[in-house]
Design a protein around this ligand. Structure first.
Ligand code: HAM
Length: 433
């Protein structure tokens, strides 16, 4: 029989224990930051009715046209429904906002989420088919305050993670009043240049002209340089909204570049759009996060007219950058103390000490054993514990135990009642927790 050799699916990867300290740190810092900025957590399903993405993200976007993983229907009764693995979080959150009547909650509603997304992209550095996003969405506030809050939250999280050398790029892509006029101007500019564009852009000219501006092909980039600038075509409301957003950023000293070619790859955006990338990533192929306003999406998916704005961060790219920039992260706490017991009388006493220690947030390992002391000490060292508590027959009968420092190989007797405070003091002093 041929040797079996299963591999993770193309574009997916295992996040091994050695990687986990980064992931846990990113998650912890992001959640703390967002909760402190009044966001609440939400989880939505990993798959949704495909129409939610098709209508929400846009039929002519790469994500919907080429990159969705569709799920086969398995139930006769649901034959009109096709599901897709979520390629991003926003459309599903909007569906949840509508379905759960969140428009009647006190506004604005601020939500955040963490989870994997799926896109059938060509795998390469920083581009996976299953990748994790941390995202946040703000519903019910049309003012620039929320655009600012979205950009500032992204910036704040990345800063608190210790990342440096980042830049915010921003633009406004207007609203349904001013954008069509701009698109007419844009198409006029491109009309006699279509033959010089890449194949994708030739199609974009017909179906999604705004995206002509952010093609990464060199010849298309050169042509885009001469294109009319959307900021010059904004209606007074959109202009004022964008100016207000920039004033907030200036006031709070968040540095940004205006990028007239930034339009983003999802159709739901209106007004402010933004991305954050490493300044060295000149082609912006590994943007760490992006977002923007999407005032029409709730209505498009069947809800009441609701302004909204949000962002998502790509966790793989953040972890990569943290490693490149050698950001120091706290180690995850493993086993800190092992209880080593000798004999049956010590068993009952050990359980009581186990409860006291774990109740005081000390990571304690205790599984009764018939092994000799030497073997148990070896096991405790192997588990990475800093201390062992040794309870033999003699200690069980007296009010004592032996506290052994496994790194220093030294030990001393301690009253049982004082051990929790003693360990807390020692961990506090050595900062090894
Ligand atoms: P997005 O720009 O498509 O926006 O994705 C956000 C971030 O997810 C990117 O900046 C990148 O870091 C990461 N990302 C995207 N695709 C991949 C991939 N194939 N592999 C690894 N990382 C990837 C959105 O998804 C919007 N939902 C953001 C948003 C929220 N807008 C408003 N609210």
């Amino acid at each position: 029989m041929a040797k079996i050799n299963f591999q993770a699916a193309r574009g997916t990867k295992d996040i091994l224990p050695s990687e986990q300290p980064y992931w846990q740190f990113v998650k912890k810092v992001s959640e703390k930051t967002l909760r402190g900025l009044s966001f609440e957590c939400i989880d939505t399903p990993h798959f949704e009715n495909v129409e939610i993405f098709a209508r929400g993200i846009g039929q002519n976007t790469d994500i919907v046209k080429k990159e969705m993983f569709l799920l086969e229907q398995t139930s006769e009764k649901e034959d009109s429904l096709i599901y897709a693995l979520r390629p991003e979080g926003t459309a599903g959150i909007v569906r949840a906002f509508i379905q759960n009547g969140m428009s009647s909650w006190p506004q604005p509603v601020r939500l955040y989420y963490f989870g994997s997304m799926f896109r059938r992209e060509r795998p390469q550095k920083g581009r996976f088919r299953e990748f994790y996003q941390l995202g946040a969405e703000i519903f019910g506030d049309e003012t620039a305050k929320s655009d600012y809050l979205a950009i500032m939250s992204t910036w704040e999280i990345l800063n608190r993670l210790g990342l440096k050398n980042l830049k915010v790029y921003t633009n406004s892509i207007g609203c349904p009043t001013c954008r069509p006029k701009y698109i007419t101007k844009l198409k006029k500019y491109y009309k006699d240049k279509v033959k010089d564009l890449c194949n994708d852009c030739a199609e974009r000219y017909e179906k999604n002209p705004l995206r002509l501006l952010d093609c990464k092909e060199e010849r298309c980039k050169q042509i885009a340089k001469g294109a009319p600038v959307i900021l010059d075509s904004l209606c007074p409301n959109c202009k004022k909204h964008f100016q207000d957003t920039l004033e907030y950023l200036d006031y709070f000293d968040i540095k940004y570049d205006l990028d007239p070619t930034l339009v983003r790859g999802l159709d739901y955006y209106t007004n402010t759009v933004f991305e954050i990338a490493d300044k060295n990533d000149k082609l912006r192929q590994n943007v760490v996060g992006g977002g923007g306003r999407y005032n029409g999406l709730v209505e498009v998916l069947g809800g009441p007219k609701t302004p909204a704005v949000g962002f998502s961060l790509g966790i793989e790219r953040i972890v990569n950058l943290m490693k490149e920039q050698k950001v120091k992260i706290p180690e995850l706490r493993g086993v800190e103390v092992c209880i080593l017991q000798l004999g049956d009388t010590a068993k009952a006493v050990s359980k009581k000490i186990y409860d006291d220690l774990s109740g005081n947030n000390i990571n304690v390992y205790f599984v009764p054993s018939n092994d000799g002391l030497r073997q148990q000490i070896k096991m405790a060292s192997k588990l990475g514990a800093k201390y062992a508590l040794i309870i033999g027959q003699r200690e069980a009968l007296k009010d004592e135990l032996i506290l052994r420092d496994l790194e220093a190989s030294s030990q001393e007797s301690f009253p049982k009642g004082a051990i929790v405070e003693e360990l807390k003091r020692r961990f506090e002093n050595c900062k090894c927790k």
